[in-house]
Design a protein around this ligand. Structure first.
Ligand code: NCD
Length: 341
């Protein structure tokens, strides 16, 4: 297992599958009355959020607390960053306080990489979204959701997403979620198609491991999962499409369009949704839409990532599948989901 999690592209197939399998174990904890494991007791994790976030920040915090870590929340607003403090100074302050891991979200692409490779800080760095670059734990929770729904909860263990056809629709240009998903889904053997207006397709997309289409209606019947992306108006400094109505008409998902998908196919969205823009309320609230499930799964994925980066390295090396370890019941090290005594 690597030391940091900066990009979904850094994960091998086996590492990604290990994270998904570990997350299945973590999910069992959420089914218990007491949702807590002693795994990271005595470790301190700092959540460094330089950019707005609701679900990702809460999700990391829930994951850290369920693993019994001590949590420090740092939001740039109200901190010395607004007095002009640099990332380097902030990092050195955290290092001086002895944090064991840093979760960082930043509006600048590359900030987590800089933090991980600068030598300013010794702790593992987990990217919680940087600019339009990467959001690896989002891609992992999406893959987890797809594997559960399209392969099966138990049947999925040890499996990847080979042959699954996944369609990502909308503002690909500004989407770190799209970039992370294309990388991870490709590694997991899925076939990815991007659908977007030509103005929202990034330059250089031909080098990405996916197909590009401008015709949503044509792609829907051949999709096992359709992921709608938010139109990121806050990152747009120009007019990328004529009107919202025109956008919705061509690239939005409504009930009529959803009916073109195969019966088993699911609709996904990373949130926050702009209802009426990329997705109608009818679709967002339908049984086929996994948006709420994705949030639940996000906590299990982040627990798995924290466990593997902070506590589980030796365990993972000694026992390639933590699940088998659990089933065998005998471990020299306490396993990830052993109850607090
Ligand atoms: C996404 C993000 O912030 O990258 N949201 C999320 O993490 N759940 C996508 C978005 O903002 O549209």
């Amino acid at each position: 297992m690597m030391r940091h999690l900066i990009s979904a592209a850094d994960l091998t197939r086996d590492e990604a599958v290990l994270i998904l399998d570990t997350a299945e174990e973590m999910a069992r904890v959420a089914d218990r009355p007491i949702k807590k494991l002693p795994t990271l007791r005595g470790r301190t994790i700092c959540n460094l959020f330089f950019e707005d976030s609701t679900r990702t920040r809460i999700s990391f915090e829930a994951a850290e607390k369920r693993l019994s870590a001590d949590v420090i929340n740092f939001a740039a607003k109200g901190s010395s960053v607004s007095k002009g403090e640099s990332l380097k100074d902030t990092a050195q302050t955290l290092e001086a306080m002895g944090v064991d891991a840093v979760v960082i979200r930043h509006s600048a692409s590359g900030a987590p990489y800089r933090l991980a490779t600068s030598g300013w800080i010794d702790a593992p760095v987990i990217n919680a979204g940087d600019g339009t670059h990467q959001h690896p734990t989002q891609a992992l929770l999406d893959a987890f959701t797809m594997r559960r729904r399209l392969v099966g909860r138990d049947a999925g263990l040890g499996q990847d997403l080979a042959g699954k056809r996944i369609t990502l629709v909308g503002d690909v240009l500004h989407s770190r979620v799209a970039r992370s998903n294309v990388d991870l889904l490709h590694t997991l053997g899925a076939e990815v198609t991007l659908v977007a207006p030509p103005t929202l397709v990034p330059v250089g997309v031909e080098t990405w491991p996916c197909e590009v289409s401008y015709d949503l209606d044509n792609v829907l019947p051949k999709s096992d999962a359709v992921m709608m992306l938010r139109v990121q108006r806050e990152r747009m400094n120009a007019a990328f499409f004529p009107t919202e109505r025109e956008y919705s008409r061509r690239y939005g998902l409504d009930g009529e369009r959803m009916a073109k998908m195969p019966e088993h196919a699911i609709v996904m969205h990373p949130g926050p949704m702009v209802r009426g823009m990329e997705i109608t309320a009818e679709v967002a609230d339908s049984d086929r839409c996994t948006v709420v499930e994705q949030v639940t799964n996000g906590v299990s994925i982040r627990m798995a990532v924290l466990y593997l980066l902070l506590g589980g390295n030796e365990a993972a090396a000694a026992h390639p599948s933590p699940t088998t370890t659990l089933e065998r019941g005998a471990t020299r090290r306490p396993s990830a989901t052993e109850e607090s005594k």
